[in-house]
Design a binder for this molecule. Structure first.
Ligand code: GLU
Length: 325
């Protein structure tokens, strides 16, 4: 089995203090005990060498194109190594457009290679095992760290420094790597993918803002938003609530652009019709906000930007959130 490994930078590539540059993909894989003994031939590509906060949608779509070419040429799976900061977003973007059966696995590290207990090597080994595993096929993009296999759709970075930071609070992991064996424990339904050949000018124009609602928020931050952005995700309180004074302002925005309602809590879904007060989920839905369901604000923003970039209209956007949320 061939697996293509695409290196993008991140903590897993950080050299010891005082050394210049970053580790290459070949240097990262050379430091993984047990990798050579696997029945897997690795095709390692260095594509970017940046902190993951500097990655863009366009660059991730480029990576998808490289991976798709490798799969068409016979690779049975894909591994991407990148920084962990944006991994929950990049993985979801990949998942939305990855049409192949071959597993697309994203991994990284929380501890730099020169630190005690560096987690990069174990994560790369587990990621390669998953990418090559028959059991992992047909499941879209997967995030593998700490011997856990997460669906891109559900995974979150939940801690700023812990190696156990990746979790799927609403579902738990899909599977685990145990003694080098890939054990899938849950099924996650796959949705039909969106086209990956997104027009880049349209993508640049499809700016989506994220507004996190806070106590005593009067929404001044939203002034002028319709002139610069094509969509908005609102991370509301609890089950999808905002201060009453914000409701009309959000309703007015929803007449000009898609506005998606999500929860800022970190897990669970927004409600649809339980509360009625001004600024409640029912009030906001009446004013035209779209229900983000279980999608967290960051993933909702990824989906909305992709939908706008691929030319979806209001009805298509509502349908997509009904399906994905
Ligand atoms: N955790 C950072 C990231 O997500 C690492 C920053 C760096 O590689 O310099 O990429």
């Amino acid at each position: 089995m061939d697996v293509v490994l695409i290196a993008l930078g991140g903590t897993i590539s950080v050299r010891a203090r005082g050394q210049e540059g970053r580790l290459t993909g070949a240097e990262i894989t050379a430091a993984v005990p047990g990798l050579e003994e696997l029945d897997t031939r690795l095709d390692v590509r260095d594509v970017r060498s940046v902190p993951s906060g500097s990655l863009t949608f366009g660059q991730i779509l480029d990576v998808v194109a490289i991976a798709a070419e490798a799969v068409a040429a016979g690779a049975g799976g894909v591994v991407v190594t990148q920084g962990t900061d944006t991994l929950e977003e990049t993985a979801f973007l990949v998942d939305l457009v990855w049409p192949h059966e071959a597993p697309f696995v994203l991994t990284g590290a929380m501890r730099q290679p020169a630190m005690a207990g560096a987690d990069g090597p174990a994560n790369v080994l587990a990621a390669v095992l998953v990418a090559a595993a028959r059991e992992a096929r047909g499941r879209g993009a997967l995030v593998v760290l700490n011997d856990e296999i997460h669906a891109a759709r559900w995974v979150r970075k939940t801690h700023s420094t812990s190696p156990a930071t990746f979790a799927s609070p609403s579902t738990g992991p899909l599977g685990r790597v145990v003694e080098g064996r890939v054990r899938m424990l849950l099924d996650a339904p796959r949705r039909p993918p969106w086209p990956a050949d997104v027009d880049r000018e349209r993508l640049d124009r499809a700016r989506v803002a994220l507004h996190v609602v806070t106590l005593d928020d009067d929404g001044t931050q939203l002034d002028g938003l319709a002139a610069t952005h094509a969509g908005l995700v609102v991370a509301g309180f609890g089950a999808g609530h905002v201060p009453g004074v914000l409701a009309a302002r959000l309703g007015a925005l929803a007449e000009r652009m898609p506005v998606v309602l999500t929860s800022r809590t970190g897990s669970g879904s927004v409600l649809r019709h339980t509360y009625q007060a001004p600024g409640s989920e029912s009030d906001l839905r009446r004013r035209g906000l779209i229900d983000g369901g279980f999608l967290d604000p960051y993933k909702a923003r990824v989906l909305l930007r992709l939908l706008l970039a691929t030319g979806s209209g209001r009805a298509g956007i509502e349908d997509a959130f009904a399906l994905m949320g």
